[in-house]
Design a binder for this molecule. Structure first.
Ligand code: NAD
Ligand code: TDX
Length: 332
């Protein structure tokens, strides 16, 4: 039995990871989560209480982080401010959590010699043209666009520096866009599903040509477990499931699956600096560590996700009106 500290475990991908870990191992999980607007304890409801300890707190709180690191074997670091649109509105929390928070964890990893796996994003590489055959690899140069992605890039570089300068035992993964249960209604797919459920037309930024490379959150979790088990210290692994789709296609599919007309959506004001396309080449992870995704049918995964939102209105409804009011104030 290993003791894992999971930061951001009340968020979308962190909570999916904890469900995955408790279902597939005998590990004990301690969660450190600030419960910002994006954190929700209900995402961890029903898990065995003897295998999970919840600590409400900030990853930038050095003494608290020290105490928690001393008591665990490994740390998986999901906590972040994660939404691009919010980072355009108020970048400060992104610097505080993504940069200072990650720095605080790295100092504790150094002090207590704990293994740290840092969760990052493909957005650190900037974007690709629609007609470019290239995909991101581990050697693509960093070129982030938004306050969100630049603070994630900064956090990755801190991890690399702490590995090289101080010998911290760390790995990094950069994953593409996740979908699945427990995703906040501010994000693209849950926003459109819950809009339809509320009788609001889905909102597509600009022309909707932007491409995202979708992966189910459970496949992200299995990839992280693989890296925790077999990853080489100091290495970076890209995680992706060959799921490129443009936003217009995704909105049309949601409408179709929910029994609405495929064109029953609105084009709204585009995101400032909107990245055009992300695409991941995950050959390194697949060939060196033997990982492969389970969810290969996006339509089936999306259908199950729609059903989850139908069944869990109590989970998402409290956040919905505030999110829509924020978007409406920006013409989105
Ligand atoms: P999320 O916004 O749903 O969850 C973030 C969690 O972190 C929340 O529970 C929040 O309360 C917590 N948190 C925020 N600031 C904190 C702080 N200072 N101290 C402690 N806890 C804090 O985010 P997500 O979509 O689950 O993303 C998780 C991680 O995965 C992030 O690091 C993100 O960059 C990365 N990532 C996300 C995606 C995606 O598609 N969503 C893709 C690739 C990588
Ligand atoms: O209402 C919307 N309409 C729309 O067209 C919203 C909310 C988004 N979009 C577009 C913008 C993007 O092209 O959909 C795409 C996906 O948007 P988001 O869900 O905001 O995700 P993105 O900006 O691509 O970033 C996500 O993937 C990488 C996560 O939020 C990040 O945390 C992760 O690093």
């Amino acid at each position: 039995m290993r003791r894992l500290l999971v930061t951001g475990g009340a968020g979308f991908i962190g909570s999916n990871f904890i469900h995955h870990v408790l279902g597939h191992t005998d590990h004990h999980v301690t969660v450190l989560d600030k419960l910002t607007y994006a954190g929700n304890r209900a995402s961890l409801a029903g898990l065995p209480e003897n295998r999970i300890t919840f600590v409400e707190g900030d990853i930038a709180d050095g003494p608290l982080v020290d105490e928690l690191f001393a008591a665990v074997n490994d740390v998986v670091h999901y906590a972040a401010e994660s939404h691009n649109d919010n980072s355009l509105n108020d970048p400060r929390p992104f610097v505080d959590t993504n940069i200072i928070g990650t720095y605080t964890l790295l100092e504790a990893a150094r002090k207590y010699d704990r293994r740290l796996h840092h969760i990052s994003t493909d957005e650190v590489y900037g974007d690709l043209e629609l007609d470019d055959p290239a995909r991101f690899t581990e050697s693509t140069p960093y070129n982030p666009s938004s306050p969100y992605s630049s603070t994630k890039a900064g956090s990755d570089l801190l991890v690399r520096a702490w590995v090289r300068s101080f010998g911290v035992r760390a790995t990094i993964s950069n994953c593409s866009n996740n979908y699945g249960p427990y995703q906040h209604v501010e994000k693209f797919i849950p926003r459109q599903i819950t809009n339809v459920l509320r009788g609001i037309r889905p909102k597509l930024y600009g022309a909707g040509e932007n491409v995202r490379d979708w992966i189910h959150a459970d496949d992200h979790s299995s990839a992280v477990m693989t890296i925790l088990d077999k990853g080489e210290m100091g290495e970076t692994y890209l995680i992706g499931a060959d799921g490129e789709k443009d936003n217009k296609t995704v909105v049309e599919l949601i409408l179709d699956l929910m029994g609405e007309a495929r064109d029953a959506y609105d084009h709204v004001t585009d995101r400032a600096g909107h990245d055009m396309r992300y695409a991941i080449d995950s050959t390194k992870l697949r060939s060196t560590l033997g990982w492969s995704p389970t969810y290969r049918d996006f339509e089936a995964g999306l259908e199950a996700t729609i059903q989850w939102y139908r069944d869990h209105e109590d989970w998402w409804a409290p956040a919905k009106d505030g999110v829509e009011a924020f978007y409406a104030s920006k013409g989105q």
